[in-house]
Design a binder for this molecule. Structure first.
Ligand code: SF4
Length: 613
């Protein structure tokens, strides 16, 4: 176990052993995590001005305390440092953030009959992940192609377990139907391995392997199988023809390129598999004013930390102090030597140039986007006569059905982009009736009675009524914020029963401003209107999701109540075992039978009843 020690800027108390140091600011927040082979001499460099990173003086001005965690080796410190950075995301560390949503395909080889699926996040450590693909569409196209060529099952595990007969996928030749015992375990395994080889970019190796299998099948007079393999080979060769750039490299390579401006960095990693450029991955620009050594070191440790697809060679733009340590760590992870290479000429240098060019283009595109975002906020300020630039916008919405499961939502946008860690949801406590105004009043009062700083612009989803509620809450709580309402037109109509009802008309959105009788339209400024709509739609989506969660929870609870043979004793046993009704619903048949008092017959009944909810 690592040993913990604490210091208050007293350098001598830093141990001389390897380990990790955590720098904290006055309120105790971790603002930097670093590792060293000799903690004392590393800490010394901070206090003697030997740390030349441009951000070092800013860091030191804020450090109030340093905590040390000693480790047995520097490698152990490297892993611990990485875990702590991931956990605390300290302000002065390089933290890699994806610049968009990347999609992967995943397959869990530990399953008896694995299936390939689309994944946004890495959830299962036992699974193999392929990609990243630049868009959902690209990932889906690859998935469709793989399923056509390698007919692995596509059904969910839950359906697979219940299935006794093959589904339509089998009839149309897109699954070998392990559910109905139509394919042996060994044949399915071979098919899975072929799909994995293809996804790893080893098409040439795969084709020669399939050709051997085809010859064997035809020697054994199994012409049906030989024809199937021939078609598979044809499809693969066709897909290879479409990828026209072949770098002729036999080993797998990743290339880490970067672009720097004023000690800020943009990174881009290219992936070469089987000689083909399979894709790339980029991250949000690192605006930290640090040096390239730290950027490369953090990039390698953070990117490959959870990555199972480690290449044989990683081309990097410069040598850095931790190079040997990180190469060692990567080799151990891969179970094979991994080389870190800094090329100076030749084909590898050309690849590095390509990665660097990509990084520069990404930097320029991100800067342009940033400029556009700020310009959009300037226009918004001017058109709505706001008192300040709306860098932080909060929007509020209410969701309920006849007052039931009533909730409120708050979403926050910083510089025109969602800041999801600031989102809040509120369960309405004071009202049971369908009173949207009252609910909005409760939510806003709870928000602005809190200690969090108010936003620059407050938006309520609704017209004059909602706007007036927001204004009265701000007035009562003496909070000064620019406030607007955003709504589509509401028109009164007489229902067939003679009642006057109001219905949302399908008109463009209008903005309601305090003290102004008529709303204003922003149709001449589509990008500004689009921003407001995006914020409002996000608040609506967030409120609705919470409302549905509460409703589903309550529906499931009553569904459990409705199953005959489930008395309060068994219900309590189920909830105690699984922790929530949702987990009872997600449980497998076998898991349900593990609960004391639940027989196989009863487990089947619960499974079926809850499956439809
Ligand atoms: S045939 Fe069977 S295994 Fe294949 S997708 Fe359909 S249910 Fe799943």
């Amino acid at each position: 176990m690592p040993e913990k020690k604490s210091s208050n800027k007293r350098i001598p108390s830093a141990p001389r052993s390897p380990g990790v140091y955590l720098m904290k600011d006055a309120p105790g927040k971790i603002i930097y995590v670093g590792k060293a082979n000799n903690l004392r001499s590393r800490i010394n460099t901070y206090f003697t001005g030997k740390d030349t990173r441009p951000m070092a003086p800013f860091l030191m001005a804020r450090v109030s305390d340093i905590e040390f965690i000693t480790t047995a080796t520097e490698k152990e410190a490297l892993i611990l440092e990485n875990n702590l950075i991931k956990k605390h995301r300290p302000r002065y560390n390089v933290v890699l953030r994806d610049d968009k949503t990347y999609y992967h395909l995943s397959l869990d080889p530990t399953e008896k009959y694995p299936r390939l699926q689309l994944s946004r996040k890495r959830l299962n450590n036992a699974a193999l992940y392929f990609g990243p693909y630049p868009s959902g569409l690209a990932a889906k196209e690859t998935l469709r192609f793989v399923q056509q060529v390698f007919p692995l099952r596509s059904c969910h595990n839950r359906d697979f377990k219940l299935r006794a007969r093959p589904c339509l996928e089998y009839q149309i030749g897109r699954c070998l139907a392990p559910c109905g015992g139509m394919v042996g375990k060994e044949d399915y395994r071979k098919l899975t391995e072929s799909a994995v080889l293809f996804l790893k970019g080893r098409s040439r190796e795969l084709i020669s392997d399939l050709k051997k299998q085809m010859d064997n099948a035809s020697n054994e007079l199994n012409y049906e199988e030989a024809a199937r393999l021939r078609d598979r080979i044809g499809a693969l060769e066709h897909s290879l023809e479409k990828q026209n750039v072949d770098y002729g490299i036999k080993i797998d390579q990743d290339i880490v390129g970067y672009y720097a401006q004023d000690n800020n960095y943009q990174l881009c990693i290219l992936f070469i598999r089987g000689g083909k450029l399979l894709g790339s991955k980029s991250f949000t620009p690192i605006k930290l004013k640090t040096n390239i050594d730290e950027v490369i070191s953090s990039c390698l440790t953070q990117y490959y930390h959870g990555e199972s697809d480690i290449p044989d060679e990683i081309i990097i733009p410069a040598h850095f102090p931790d190079e040997n340590l990180i190469a060692q760590w990567l080799s151990e992870k891969k179970g094979k030597k991994v080389m870190l290479i800094v090329p100076s000429r030749g084909a590898k240098n050309a690849l590095l140039d390509m990665a660097n060019d990509n990084a520069r283009s990404l930097w320029e595109a991100a800067n342009k986007k940033e400029e556009n975002k700020m310009m959009r906020l300037e226009i918004l300020k001017e058109k709505l006569s706001l008192s300040k630039l709306p860098r932080r916008i909060e929007c509020y919405d209410i969701s309920n059905i006849d007052g039931k499961h009533a909730v409120g939502s708050m979403v926050a946008f910083q510089d025109g982009e969602p800041n999801k860690t600031s989102y809040r949801r509120y369960r309405i406590k004071t009202l049971n009736d369908p009173d949207d105004y009252g609910m909005m009043h409760e939510v806003l009062s709870r928000r602005f009675k809190g200690k969090d700083a108010p936003p620059d612009l407050l938006i309520v989803d609704g017209g004059k009524g909602q706007l007036n509620i927001a204004l009265s809450v701000c007035r009562d709580l003496k909070v000064k914020i620019d406030t607007i309402g955003l709504a589509k037109e509401e028109r009164a109509f007489i229902s067939t029963k003679g009642l006057v009802k109001k219905k949302l008309a399908k008109t463009e959105d209008r903005v309601y401003l305090p003290g102004r009788k008529d709303p204003i339209f922003l149709t001449s400024f589509p990008s500004v209107l689009a921003l407001l709509q995006r914020v409002r739609d996000e608040a609506h989506r967030f409120a609705l999701r919470y409302h549905r969660q509460l409703k589903q929870k309550s529906d499931l609870k009553s569904a459990l109540d409705e199953i005959s043979d489930i008395g309060s004793k068994r219900k309590t046993a189920l909830l105690k075992h699984f922790g929530s009704v949702k987990k009872v619903k997600d449980a497998s048949l076998e898991d349900l039978q593990d609960v004391p008092g639940i027989s196989r017959k009863l487990a089947q009944k619960i499974y079926k009843e809850l499956a439809n909810k």
